[in-house]
Ligand binder design. Structure first.
Ligand code: UD1
Length: 424
């Protein structure tokens, strides 16, 4: 397990190009199995989560190749419909192969994903919805942890989601694309990554109406065709570097920032004192004062403030000139950074899903642990803005979503590097 060593360096200055979107790439990689042929995915991020999805494709018998940041997937031959337990344990998003394999082969066997560091993360909405599409489900194995789904024909259905779950919406869409008849999803997730999955599928020949709205209609087609598709830039990676400027100060230009997708983040950063300018080509963010506090930051489904940016904003608000309140409404256990930030001198009081952050003048370097991907990135932000040396242990989780967070921060003048634990 690698660590990251950061020497606090203060203001950031420079330019970064934002990588392709992780949360758009993962469902689209699963979707490639719906087409018996070749898919070209441009601007695909080279991150651990993408590598895990590629490993699942290989387990199924598909062929994959990289050419720079272009991923080429040939799914002409699929020799297995089983997604191994170890794949699901490595990455929850492998659950998206449930819908994709059902659509392609009318059969799938996949291990039940457990909870993770940010919450219980059940898949009941996925399973209940897919069951209503003429799909039988059996739970196999000694502990009934293998889900075996099969059907002679997936049938379109009306699906009412209790909550606009991103994964459940995507899994239903994947199941519905090659089904017989029409599937209507009520209370669908409106996240840009659902929109992007629909865009990809439509460009491969699917029939989908209502992309980006809470009501999506999928009319099943007989087959998809080969497609050459370019993924959007990653809104959370862009937001992470914006938050870093808010915490450490300075001026940074983000090339390829998906401005419209992060309006809620821009609004918050603007309110706490950042100056943000957007054009068609780039976004410039600058901050030359201590951040102002934010009264009530609540995470919500899109277009609300994203839970995936909550940890990064907590790092920023630790340094604000006053008291802020953060409420986490999406996941149960997403305040694991509270204890880590306290080791750095932060003042945070936490009760269930609410954190009250009293800003301090300075954070101090410390030994901390990255409990999950975004919490880890948030600790890098805190460490860059802090005084002294910070060691972030279990930093491999950051590589799940950032191509090279050390390279990016160093290009902005920070001092951030990977090191193996035995040389610390
Ligand atoms: C996706 C994103 C993740 C983001 C999250 C919320 C990917 C790969 N991951 O995760 O980065 O933080 O959306 O924007 O795109 N729930 C249930 N039952 C279900 C499904 C979900 O109770 O069957 C609950 C979850 O436990 C959670 C909430 O619904 O509390 C939202 O989860 P969901 O939108 O499904 O998140 P993911 O798709 O897992």
């Amino acid at each position: 397990m690698s660590s990251i060593k950061v020497i606090g360096s203060g203001k950031l200055k420079g330019e970064i190009k934002i990588q392709g979107s992780k949360n758009a790439a993962l469902p689209i990689i699963a979707a490639t199995v719906l087409n018996k042929g070749v898919t070209i995915l441009r601007n695909c991020p080279r991150i651990l989560d993408v590598f895990h999805m590629i490993n699942v494709l290989k387990e199924l018998g598909c062929i994959t190749n990289w050419e720079g940041s272009t991923l080429i997937v040939d799914t002409t031959t699929i020799t297995s419909t089983k997604v191994s337990e170890s794949s699901v344990q490595k990455m929850r998003s492998s659950i998206l192969f449930l819908g994709a394999l059902l659509g392609r082969n009318q059969e799938v066997s996949i291990a039940y994903p457990g909870g993770c560091s940010i919450g219980k993360r059940p898949i009941d909405y996925h399973l209940d919805s897919i069951k209503s599409m003429n799909v039988s489900q059996e739970f196999l194995g000694e502990d009934k942890s293998i889900i075996y789904c099969h059907t002679d024909k997936v049938m379109g259905s009306d699906i009412f989601l209790k909550f606009p779950s991103v994964g459940a919406t995507q899994n239903v869409i994947l199941t519905a694309v090659l089904a017989e008849g029409v599937t209507r999803i009520f209370n669908a997730a409106r996240e840009p990554e659902v929109f992007e999955l629909c865009n990809f599928l439509v460009s491969a020949g699917a029939r989908i109406c209502g992309k980006g709205t809470a009501f999506i209609e999928v009319e099943g087609v007989n087959r998809l065709h080969d497609v050459d598709y370019r993924l959007s830039p990653d809104r959370i990676v862009a937001g992470t570097y914006m938050a870093a400027v808010a915490a450490a100060g300075g001026e940074v230009i983000l090339l390829d920032a998906p401005t419209r997708q992060i309006e809620s983040v821009i609004r918050v950063l603007d309110k706490i004192g950042c100056s943000i300018k957007t054009t068609d080509e780039y976004m410039r963010i600058s901050c030359n004062r201590r951040p102002l506090p934010y009264d009530m930051l609540k995470t919500q489904p899109y277009p609300g403030f994203p839970t995936d940016m909550q940890s990064q904003l907590m790092s920023v608000l630790c340094l604000a000139n006053g008291k802020s309140t953060i409420v986490e409404e999406i996941f149960e256990s997403r305040f694991q950074n509270v204890n880590e930030l306290k080791k750095m001198g932060a003042m945070i009081a936490e009760t269930e899903n609410k954190a009250i952050v009293s800003g301090v003048m300075h954070l101090e370097g410390a030994q901390v642990i990255a409990h999950d991907l975004r919490a880890g990135a948030a600790l890098v932000i805190a460490a860059v803005a802090a005084q002294g040396e910070t060691i972030i242990r279990e930093a491999t989780s950051i590589e799940r979503g950032y191509e090279d967070i050390c390279r990016d921060f160093n290009s902005l003048g920070a001092n951030v590097r990977y090191c193996s634990n035995n040389i610390l």
